[in-house]
Write a protein that binds this ligand. Structure first.
Ligand code: SF4
Length: 440
């Protein structure tokens, strides 16, 4: 079952099977050309059922943010997708979700409507998609729904319609003022902030429908200004996202390096870790009785992992990933973050008209993201914070020519942040589980 091919060096690799395409083989042999999915299934590896379905309502966006990984990254597949999901795609997707729920006896699933900009056709398309799913789900399964928007097209009446349908609204921003959002511009370069700020104020008046904020980290921005300005918009949650990058396309502010250079426990430059640690201290030390205080998911996830709980996000931890995407044409794809790796990295070759979601779970890329430590590179296997970090976001492990079996390109940053949080947490709560999960 195990061989030695793969990007991670001496850790056992899985045996070869026929590659999906020649370009896949060249760009990401691990997992696409290496992972022996039938063999793994024969050996007892069971798929984890999907719990989150990210449905593309509209594949175009009215903004052109300079760092956008969909429109400015290696993958331009959005150009081949129809602008809007048709009624047929919506109905078929809904039936596939219901089929999956039934087969796995799921009591709860999450449907997130994304784009492009999902409100490009108004809230109607979002409401239609949600109604299609609700109509076919068994009553025993709770459906949680949200739409992730840039906010520029959100109106009071539209928000009311979404709220009545039980659809919560998440907003994407880079901070809570105009200067911090200078990279979020429309196709003519005009700033999106005035319209986005209106949406943020509107959502703050409707906390029951406010899902939270997504914010991509910009090292040039002051972490205190970003945190304080975001908190003043009163989101219930704020997700701070590392820019999508990998060993072949390094993050802004980090030099091009090789995964073999990873040495855990050394004082390598970790500007993103330092940036996040600065925000953590503000967040941790904030007077909760006086200031708005959003839940910051990366921090709460790391704290939970340090306390021995499983993760619920792909960013950290070793929990199997249970999410996939349905594009506007009904094609089943892996998560969008992979678009930062190479053209076609999200592709599975499957679609909701011909394939079940269980078939998607057998795609090597999906299996790789449900493998836990087996999917990690050599450095991770001896890493003292392995159980908490989990190798970081799968998309950030990519290196052209070998694939995804590497530590995260943010390895030093993740270790810096985890150790910082562990130190602050230890002052209040003795750690129940060491970060590597081993007992002394
Ligand atoms: S587990 Fe995380 S911190 Fe440790 S080597 Fe892997 S990527 Fe780096």
């Amino acid at each position: 079952m195990f061989g030695t091919t793969g990007g991670g060096g001496a850790v056992p690799a899985l045996s070869r099977q026929e590659p999906r395409t020649a370009s896949d083989t060249a760009l990401a042999p691990w997992p696409l050309a290496v992972l022996d999915v039938p063999g793994l299934r024969r050996d007892g590896l069971r798929p984890t059922a999907l719990r989150q379905f990210i449905l593309k309502v509209h594949s175009r966006c009215n903004l052109s943010c300079t760092y956008c990984y969909i429109y400015h990254a290696a993958d331009a597949s959005w150009r081949s997708h129809p602008a809007r999901a048709t009624g047929d795609t919506m109905r078929r997707t809904a039936l596939r979700i219901a089929e999956h729920v039934d087969r796995h006896r799921l009591s709860e699933v999450r449907v997130d409507l994304h784009g492009g900009e999902p409100l490009m056709s108004g809230p109607e398309a979002v409401l239609e998609y949600v109604a299609e799913v609700r109509a076919v789900l068994p009553g025993s399964c709770e459906l949680r729904t949200s739409v992730q928007t840039n906010g520029t097209l959100l109106t009071e009446s539209g928000l009311g319609e979404l709220a009545r349908a039980g659809v919560r609204v998440g907003l994407s921003l880079d901070g809570g003022n105009a200067a911090l959002n200078h990279r979020r511009v429309d196709h003519t370069g005009r700033p999106s902030w005035p319209a986005a700020e209106r949406a943020a104020r509107l959502l703050a008046r409707h906390p029951g429908t406010y899902a939270g904020l997504l914010c991509t980290i910009d090292l040039n921005a002051d972490p205190a200004e970003v945190y304080t300005s975001l908190a003043e918009l009163r989101p219930p949650t704020a997700d701070l996202l590392l820019p999508h990058a990998n060993w072949s396309h390094p993050p802004p502010g980090l030099p091009l390096r090789a995964p073999e250079a990873v040495r855990t426990g050394n004082p390598a430059a970790a500007p993103y870790g330092d940036w996040l640690a600065a925000v953590f201290d503000l967040w941790w030390d904030a007077d909760r009785s006086e200031r708005p205080h959003p839940r910051i998911r990366l921090f709460t996830e790391i704290i939970a992992l340090l306390l021995g709980l499983p993760s619920t996000t792909e960013s950290v931890g070793l929990s199997p990933v249970a999410a996939l995407i349905v594009e506007t044409d009904g094609s089943i794809e892996q998560v969008d973050s992979l678009k930062s790796a190479y053209e076609g990295a999200t592709r599975t070759g499957l679609d909701v008209f011909r394939h079940t979601f269980d078939e998607a779970l057998d795609h090597p890329g999906m299996v790789a993201r449900q493998l836990g430590t087996t999917a990690l590179g050599r450095a991770c296997h001896s890493c003292p914070v392995l159980r908490v970090c989990g190798g970081g976001n799968y998309a950030h492990r990519y290196r052209e020519g070998s694939g995804f079996r590497h530590p995260s390109v943010y390895c030093a940053d993740l270790e810096r942040l985890i150790r910082h949080i562990a130190t602050r947490l230890a002052a209040v709560v003795p750690p129940l589980v060491p970060p590597n999960g081993r007992t002394a």
